[in-house]
Design a protein around this ligand. Structure first.
Ligand SMILES: [Zn+2]
Length: 122
């Protein structure tokens, strides 16, 4: 059973996701990187993400508070990550199916615990 919620570093298995991004878009000259801020992290299917304006989900680096859209080249800086991210993860990883590990901003720990209880997750 997977016991962590993936951030960009875990998902891409590197400590330098920015370098992976630069190599990826170097092969795609039609993409010119742009930056954006004001994004808010959420958890979707066991991954910390932000939703890009292109519609893609971008994995968040929880240390840098940054995400890279490998589809359109947008780099999100200053991502808002909840102060209780570790507690959110602890409740989500109790859920056996990755597709049920979701959290949206504003959803409380009590709500996650209630959902767990209602679905027999203890
Ligand atoms: Zn994008």
């Amino acid at each position: 059973m997977i016991t962590r919620v993936f951030d960009a570093r875990l998902l891409y298995q590197t400590q330098d996701v920015g370098e992976k991004f630069r190599r990826a878009i170097a092969d795609r000259p039609h993409i010119s990187p742009t930056t954006a801020d004001g994004a808010v992290a959420s958890v979707n299917h066991n991954r910390w993400i932000v939703l890009c304006s292109c519609g893609s989900g971008c994995a968040v680096d929880l240390i840098l508070h940054r995400a890279w859209c490998f589809e359109c080249g947008t780099i999100y800086d200053g991502i808002e990550v909840p102060h209780d991210a570790a507690a959110i993860e602890a409740l989500l990883v109790k859920r056996p199916k990755l597709e049920n590990r979701n959290w949206i901003p504003g959803e409380s720990l009590d709500q996650l615990e209630d959902e767990n209880r209602q679905n027999g997750v203890v």
